[in-house]
Design a protein around this ligand. Structure first.
Ligand SMILES: Cc1cc2nc3c(=O)[nH]c(=O)nc-3n(C[C@H](O)[C@H](O)[C@H](O)COP(=O)(O)O)c2cc1C
Length: 201
């Protein structure tokens, strides 16, 4: 026969066991593709039983600190060769905590449409200057939503796309993201989030 106190204690342990793992996704998207990728990752993780909090780094709101989460995922578009500065600022501000827990970073660019693990070295440049690397990194091809651009940007992006051999029909939007890769990355994240905290190098 167990006492009421023991039963209460066991219930707390049970609650911890069944407590959903929490994932924070912080993303930076100017024209929507990184946000859509974030949504797909969040949906995949929720379907696997995770609690997901996805937050834009560009809307000016205060971002939650990483400590309450089992995994923190960052997703940033590339513009003019750089990931978004609010994401970089967060990586610096919380480096001490982030280094001790599972983290992941996905980079979204047009350079990634040509393949390769780190097109143009965008990931390497970011993490070399930061001094630490997330547990998992990946580069996804982004999009050319010509219809969203003003005429100057449409003209400039068309010239860049032409020289890179990408789509130049500005009457429609073009997506180059491989959604199977995105879902595969989400599956990798699920494995990462299930792991206990460990000290990263
Ligand atoms: C103003 C601007 C600058 C860009 N600069 C780069 C770049 O330097 N390298 C690159 O590979 N892609 C570049 N891109 C392509 C974007 O990374 C791509 O369109 C991505 O899908 C944008 O993500 P978002 O829709 O979430 O903002 C640029 C796009 C824009 C609009």
């Amino acid at each position: 026969m167990i006492s009421k106190q023991q039963a209460a204690g066991q219930l707390t342990e049970l609650e911890v066991l069944v407590k959903k793992k929490r994932v924070l996704i912080i993303y930076a998207s100017n024209h929507g593709q990184t946000r859509v990728i974030t949504d797909v990752i969040a949906r995949e993780l929720r379907a696997r039983g995770f609690e997901v909090n996805s937050r834009s780094a560009l809307d000016g709101s205060k971002l939650p600190p990483p400590g309450d989460f089992d995994l923190v995922v960052f997703g940033s578009r590339i513009q003019f060769g750089h990931h978004a500065s609010p994401i970089i600022a967060y990586l610096h501000e919380y480096a001490a905590t982030l280094r001790t827990m599972p983290t992941a970073f996905f980079s979204v660019s047009m350079a990634a449409a040509n393949g390769g693990a780190d097109p143009n070295g965008y990931l390497d440049a970011t993490f070399t200057s930061l001094g630490w690397r997330p547990t998992a990194t990946v580069a996804f091809a982004g999009a050319l939503p010509y219809r969203q651009y003003n005429w100057v940007l449409r003209f400039v992006m068309k010239q860049i796309a032409k020289s890179a051999g990408h789509a130049t029909d500005t009457t429609r939007d073009h997506s180059f993201t491989d959604w199977n890769d995105v879902r595969g990355f989400a599956a990798e994240l699920a494995t990462l989030a299930r792991h206990e905290r460990s000290h990263a190098s």
